[in-house]
Design a protein around this ligand. Structure first.
Ligand SMILES: [Zn+2]
Ligand SMILES: [Zn+2]
Length: 259
């Protein structure tokens, strides 16, 4: 399995997962050309992309999906409610490239088994994804207000996890956003704070049920990579846990993890 966060953050998200001859893009929330260049930088041709999987219809997850689908004839997979919400935003998509999955029901692409799971966020029917490739599992869980039991069960036993660490609560509360927006972000349908991510990671590490951790979907206005990193590692240190924490950044590919 090859895993790379191409871009992560409130200004655009795209993650690459490859296994054998299957090449998956999870979300395409940047311009088509940015994603093309980013894929090429990790030696993946956009022409070889098997499918684009969409977590939810927010612009930072779908911006380049329509362009890439038209340019390279790539199928787009989403659940029905997400299709209804995003269809107009994507532009014309070839009928054959409109594919559907059901939240909670596994489907396969080649030898990759994919589980779209429910999460709480202010979108039509947002999902996270787990990918099962041979003995390995990777899970993407960003854009969620809290970690429900269901989400935790899906993160459990993942060799790679990309978890949201959206905002520093102090920066958000004292920042310039209008109060209704602050309330939305802090709500159960908003985003995970650095502290939320830290507490969750601590639990997973203590249960020995997590492998490589990436913190992602950082807010541009209410967070900084060094603050997210410090918040999480400080919580772990308090418990005497020394664990490598990786960052999925806004303008740069992560290292490609191969397991
Ligand atoms: Zn969102
Ligand atoms: Zn987002």
């Amino acid at each position: 399995m090859r895993f790379c966060s191409l871009r992560s953050g409130s200004s655009g998200n795209a993650t690459y997962i490859g296994y054998k001859d299957v090449h998956i893009l999870v979300d395409a929330g940047l311009s088509g050309s940015t994603i093309e260049k980013s894929l090429e930088s990790i030696d993946v041709s956009p022409r070889d992309i098997t499918a684009i999987l969409i977590t939810h219809e927010h612009n930072d997850h779908i911006k380049g999906a329509g362009v890439l689908s038209r340019r390279y004839n790539i199928p787009i997979y989403a659940n029905e409610a997400t299709w209804v919400s995003m269809e107009k935003l994507l532009g014309e998509i070839d009928c054959d490239n409109k594919r559907f999955f059901k939240t909670g029901e596994d489907f396969t692409l080649g030898d990759v088994r994919i589980r779209p799971f429910k999460k709480s966020h202010d979108a039509a029917e947002p999902v996270g994804f787990s990918f099962f490739c041979g003995q390995n599992k990777a899970t993407i869980a960003t854009d969620l207000g809290y970690i429900s039991r269901g989400v935790a069960a899906n993160i459990m036993d993942s060799d790679i996890v990309l978890l949201e660490s959206n905002h520093d609560i102090h920066m958000l509360i004292h920042g310039s956003y209008p109060w209704p927006l602050k309330k939305r972000i802090l709500s159960e349908h908003g985003h995970l704070s650095n502290k939320d991510a830290a507490e969750a990671i601590k639990k997973f590490i203590k249960m020995k049920s997590i492998g490589i951790v990436y913190l992602g979907h950082l807010s541009h206005n209410n967070n900084k990579p060094e603050i997210a990193y410090k918040t999480v590692t400080d919580v772990l240190k308090e418990e005497g846990i020394d664990y490598e924490i990786n960052m999925a950044l806004r303008y740069k590919e992560s290292d490609v993890v191969e397991i």
